[in-house]
Design a protein around this ligand. Structure first.
Ligand code: GLY
Length: 333
């Protein structure tokens, strides 16, 4: 199938979803077979799933798990692969900046014990997910923001880095020429990496990391560092991570919702579909003009993924197979 125009205008005033340019483009049609396989029950552990097409990240996470690492180590190091990839303009170094030209990162992490940590509006540090983990493990807090989070990173030994690459600066300067706050939302591609893993012991952890909306208002924070919205783990039940327009995920506390629906007996797939339904059935929902996607896993190792628009995908690594699985979606045009 030829690439088509998957880009839609976003109606959210003044913002646009960042696009990971290295990940653009699909060479093949969605595979019903791989999607159905993704739903099947299996107890084969370990298992890693991630939002979008991030096979290098899931490969890193699986390497950790196969070497006896924990799910927590796996999701942190998997997310770090994308944070370090300067070609990915929606996460970590190379992320597209806010309107002022500042790259600001949001990330969170959650472990099998229900502990969590997050950083919001972090600048000058590539590995936001690692700072989030340190917040969880080594501070009495759950969330650090802005200068405080950055200062904490320096205390941990991290060095100040310029996250604005030439390519992202060029894109920002181009955008500034008109400063039109009607940028694009990309519905085929990457805007947040969210990752869930189950280790050999059957324990679940998750993490997510993003530079958020490109050309967002200074100070804007999305769903990704908000526990329950961008990510939620309950080691007795399963986990979920979100991608897409963070404001809409926050309004429905999406990831917590998916896990609670699984607790009530829904499969991961059914739970993701119900969470998307909560968004699109809201009065005056503008869902035709934004994307949200969820991926989820339950304690039995069943997985699910669902989005509003076509072309959301999940990468899944299990049984030696690291594959991209095209997600089912709500809006059939
Ligand atoms: N989901 C990423 C964001 O809205 O910031």
């Amino acid at each position: 199938m030829k690439r088509r125009n998957f880009i839609k205008n976003a109606s959210l005033t003044g913002v646009g979803l960042a696009v990971g340019s290295s990940l653009v483009g699909y060479a093949e049609t969605p595979s019903d077979k791989s999607f159905k396989n993704s739903l099947k029950s299996t107890n084969t552990l370990p298992l890693v799933i991630a939002t979008w097409h991030v096979e290098n990240a899931t490969a890193k996470a699986m390497e950790i798990l196969q070497n006896g690492g924990t799910a927590l180590d796996a999701v942190e190091q998997g997310c770090m692969v994308e944070e370090a990839d300067v070609n990915n303009q929606s996460v970590g170094k190379g992320g597209l900046p806010d309107r002022e030209g500042n790259v600001t990162l949001d990330a969170c992490i959650m472990n099998k014990d229900g502990d969590c940590g997050s950083v919001v509006y972090l600048q000058n540090i590539t590995h936001a997910v690692s700072i989030a983990r340190k917040v969880m493990e080594d501070t009495p807090h759950v969330m650090l923001a802005g200068k405080g989070a950055e200062q904490y990173a320096y205390e941990l030994g991290y060095k100040k880095e310029n996250l604005l690459t030439e390519s992202s600066k060029k894109a920002w300067l181009e955008w500034k020429k008109e400063s039109k706050y009607k940028p694009i939302i990309n519905i085929e591609n990457h805007d947040t990496i969210g990752m869930l893993a189950i280790d050999k012991n059957g324990d679940i952890s998750g993490a997510c990391t993003t530079s958020g909306l490109a050309y967002k208002m200074a100070g804007r924070v999305g769903d990704s560092p908000i526990i329950g919205s961008g990510l939620f783990i309950d080691n007795e039940i399963g986990g979920c991570v979100a991608t897409g327009l963070g404001e809409e995920v926050v309004k429905t506390v999406g990831s917590f919702l998916v896990v609670e629906l699984m607790r009530q007996g829904k499969s991961p797939q059914e739970a993701c579909e119900e969470a998307i339904s909560r968004i699109v059935t809201k009065p005056n929902s503008d869902y035709k003009n934004f994307q949200v996607g969820y991926i989820a896993v339950n304690k039995q190792g069943e997985t699910g993924s669902y989005s509003i628009h076509q072309w959301f995908s999940m990468t899944k690594f299990q049984d030696g197979v690291n594959e991209r699985i095209q997600s089912e979606y709500f809006l059939k045009e």
